[in-house]
Design a binder for this molecule. Structure first.
Ligand SMILES: Cc1cc2nc3c(=O)[nH]c(=O)nc-3n(C[C@H](O)[C@H](O)[C@H](O)COP(=O)(O)OP(=O)(O)OC[C@H]3O[C@@H](n4cnc5c(N)ncnc54)[C@H](O)[C@@H]3O)c2cc1C
Length: 297
């Protein structure tokens, strides 16, 4: 990057959202006037996805929440429906449905390797003229008297009309540069990947993801021939980086805290009894706090 350049748009952050925006702007004809700056390498953020998914309900209140979600989903054009136990058991014969009274089924939930998607979108953006700068952290953002954004980066300054934030969990500290404040906290969550599950060996397609907010406080899914349990603790949750997120962060794994997640982990194994035959691997990670897709407890 030259020490000072002008552009129509700067996108800060080069993971799935930033590269997606860059690709889209390229296809809208803004490629030559768009730059993207990524502090590390592309796909350095937290992006990671079945073959359909079920959101389970155990009570009438939870069914009401699913009906609400159904109407919102349909209004947005999603292929989504309420289904009964027989349907769930047919699609997912390994889940213990005791106590479940229904589910919201989203058949088009898909499986993608998010880093591959990000790289493909980055390639599309480059082909349309977008300049992508790696190892190029944005260090300050101000507005000049003309109302343009002045974005200082490790490789020079960019003056532009539009600033697109795609920096993930760094949002709070970056918007503070512009005197804005965001109510945002980074939470650590656990996910566990099992060894290969013998029952999955001969399956041609992946099983639907089960989102069991009540008993697993998260999701249980098949990933290739392994099982994955992702827990978003409803109780005993843990936040980190209260003052600021370290700029060196690139997909670190945190120390596991098994006591904190044990009730959900035990429930998960009880719900999917084919999993306890294998050893879980601990892989806690960090994600910006956002539980909007979850059922009320
Ligand atoms: C364990 C785990 C599992 C998940 N599973 C799923 C799932 O199954 N399905 C799903 O839809 N979502 C899932 N998510 C959520 C999903 O990963 C996030 O919603 C997604 O990564 C957000 O993408 P993003 O591009 O907005 O931000 P991020 O992926 O966080 O990327 C932000 C990028 O900005 C860069 N950056 C930050 N600050 C600066 C700066 N000052 N200058 C330059 N660059 C900067 C970072 O280096 C990084 O590359 C999961 C998350 C986790 C942690």
């Amino acid at each position: 990057m030259s020490k000072k350049r002008t552009a129509k748009v700067i996108i800060v952050g080069g993971d799935v959202l930033g590269c997606g925006q860059a690709n889209q702007l390229g296809h809208e004809g803004w490629g030559e006037e768009t730059v993207l700056s990524e502090k590390a390498e592309l796909t350095s953020g937290s992006a990671s996805h079945g073959y359909g998914s079920f959101r389970l309900a155990y009570t009438e209140d939870e069914m009401d929440w699913l009906r609400h979600t159904l109407s919102v989903g349909r209004a947005l054009g999603f292929n989504i429906e309420l289904v009964g136990l027989e349907f769930i058991a047919e699609k997912h014969p390994y889940y213990n449905l005791e106590g479940v009274i229904g589910a919201l089924y989203t058949p088009d939930d898909g499986l993608v390797a998010s880093s591959n998607v990000t790289m493909a979108m980055a390639t599309g953006a480059r082909q349309k003229g977008v300049k992508l700068f790696r190892q190029c952290r944005a260090t300050n953002i101000t507005q000049n008297d003309a109302g343009e954004w002045v974005v200082e980066t490790e490789q020079g300054t960019v003056i532009c009309e539009h600033f697109v934030y795609a920096g993930g969990t760094y949002a709070r500290q970056m918007v503070e540069w512009t005197d804005l404040q965001l109510q945002m906290t980074s939470m650590t969550h656990h996910y566990f990947v099992t060894e290969d599950v013998p029952e999955f060996k001969d399956l041609d397609t992946e099983l639907a993801v089960i989102r069991d907010d009540k008993l697993a406080s998260g999701h249980i899914r098949m990933v290739q021939k392994k099982g994955r349990i992702g827990i978003y603790e409803k109780e005993n949750s843990n936040s980190v980086w209260h003052n600021e997120c370290p700029w060196e962060y690139e997909n670190w794994l945190f120390e596991a805290d098994y006591d904190r997640v044990m009730p959900w982990l035990e429930n998960s194994f009880e719900r999917m009894p084919i999993l306890p035959t294998v050893q879980p691997r601990r892989s806690p990670t960090v994600t910006p706090s956002a539980r909007s897709s979850h059922l009320p407890s």
